[in-house]
Design a protein around this ligand. Structure first.
Ligand SMILES: Cc1cc2nc3c(=O)[nH]c(=O)nc-3n(C[C@H](O)[C@H](O)[C@H](O)COP(=O)(O)OP(=O)(O)OC[C@H]3O[C@@H](n4cnc5c(N)ncnc54)[C@H](O)[C@@H]3O)c2cc1C
Length: 398
């Protein structure tokens, strides 16, 4: 039997699951489809290597979606200070100077995803279909007909593709994406330092690429060190003692040198930008819409802004109306916001990685930025997703 939904969301990563929660809160009938049902978070489990920095605006969206309260407090690493260095130049941001309690929170992706699915489990208007995938879709009058494997076909008014960076639905809709291969890999690990990280997000533009130390809830720091692929792989494979020596040669965070690390992983870095975010009754969001270099910790934050923006443009949409004008607004809004942020991040990486003159220029820029108050304020508002271009849900504390 074919079931009817207002929205079907393909992809129950954090971006897709939060979109499902926001739309369910509008009283819509939603189906969320994913290849894998995420495991509930085991409170005793070791911290997952995949962590993200969540901005204040993104946290507001997670609150509005009912997801944030399900993340255990002992898995959330708040930070009220951010320090960025490049070749002698340094800029420091402190939350209180900008009227904020925190500048962000470091959280594991599986903890966020489990929290979102736990919320959705209690929503009667949401069908969670997992393990299953959307394998094909076609337009039939004012509905889309979807093939689900395994499972019965579904009918929906709108299909939301949140199926990640290599989105199959984006391909099936013939939406092109521009790719930039950085020939860089991000090396990630959790490190113990001489003193506990007191809540500082610390970043240095090192010779091989940007290095970030981000505070975990237990006082350790999560590192993300972007490097040419072969250097990152060599760092991953060397002895722990040699790796720590190399790391400590490049970092002088105020909480001291690293004394131990967890298993190291490397991930290839690719910037992707979909040329369209909408095709008929299909909308892309999250990594399916774009991926960005991790140096500014913005990827998932952009995905959560997509979720809030889509929910906002659809607030007054009556299901029987043509959604074209609401979707066109979503596409204009999120293409321009995403391109601006992704372009800025891309430029910083291109200027600074492997380029001493570029790092010197960045240092001068940081010095100037730190002295110019309106510029700092603008930067903080934008990075925190609290500026006037951010969706309403991001700007209002629930
Ligand atoms: C090293 C590194 C550091 C990062 N740091 C940060 C940070 O500090 N802050 C930040 O905001 N971002 C950061 N990011 C980016 C962030 O991790 C991603 O943007 C985010 O996790 C993407 O979430 P998503 O839900 O869009 O996609 P995904 O997490 O990829 O989820 C996609 C889901 O779709 C499912 N799926 C796929 N195909 C189908 C189908 N046909 N049908 C149904 N389901 C399907 C998959 O099973 C998966 O669950 C970082 C990234 C990297 C690599």
């Amino acid at each position: 039997m074919t079931k009817d939904f207002d929205f079907v969301i393909a992809g129950g990563g954090v971006a897709g699951a939060v979109t499902a929660a926001l739309l369910a809160r509008q009283g819509r009938r939603v189906a969320l489809v994913d290849h894998k049902r995420p495991n509930p978070l085991d409170p005793k489990s070791e911290f997952d290597p995949r962590v993200v920095a969540i901005s204040p605006g993104a946290r507001n969206v997670l609150m509005a979606a009912g997801v944030w309260p399900n993340v255990p407090a002992d898995r959330i690493g708040p930070y009220a200070r951010m320090v960025v260095h490049a070749d002698g130049g340094r800029v420091e941001f402190s939350a209180s100077q900008h009227g904020l309690e925190h500048l962000g929170w470091i959280v594991e992706i599986p903890a966020l995803q489990a929290a979102a699915w736990a919320f959705l489990d209690n929503e009667t208007d949401v069908a969670l279909l997992a393990p299953a995938g959307v394998t094909a879709f076609e337009t039939r009058r004012n509905r889309l007909q979807l093939d689900i494997d395994p499972g019965d076909p579904l009918r929906t008014k709108l299909l939301i593709a949140a199926d990640g960076a290599r989105s199959r639905l984006r391909e099936q809709a013939d939406i092109e994406a521009d790719l930039w291969h950085y020939n860089q890999h991000a090396l990630v690990s959790h490190i113990t330092t001489q003193q506990a990280n007191p809540g500082i997000a610390w970043q240095r533009f090192t010779e091989p690429g940007p290095l970030a130390l981000l505070p975990l809830a237990d006082g350790r720091s999560s590192i993300v060190w972007s490097q040419p692929a072969e250097c990152a792989q060599a760092l991953r494979d060397m002895d722990e003692a040699d790796f720590l020596e190399e790391l400590n040669d490049h970092q002088d965070a105020p909480f001291g040198p690293a004394t131990a690390c967890t298993r190291r992983y490397t991930l290839p870095l690719v910037r992707r930008q979909s040329r369209q975010l909408v095709s008929g009754r299909l909308a892309l969001l999250g990594d399916a819409a774009r991926t960005v270099h991790p140096l500014a910790g913005q990827g998932l934050n952009l995905g959560l802004m997509d979720a809030a923006a889509l929910a906002e443009v659809l607030t007054d949409w009556q299901g029987e109306e043509d959604p074209a004008s609401a979707l066109a607004r979503y596409e204009r809004w999120r293409l321009s916001a995403g391109t601006l942020i992704a372009g800025g991040i891309h430029a910083i990486n291109e200027i600074t990685a492997g380029n001493p003159l570029g790092r010197r220029a960045a240092a001068i820029g940081f010095g100037a930025a730190s002295a110019l108050w309106p510029l700092r304020q603008l930067f903080v508002e934008r990075a925190c997703a609290l500026d006037s271009d951010s969706p309403r849900l991001a700007r209002s504390v629930p």
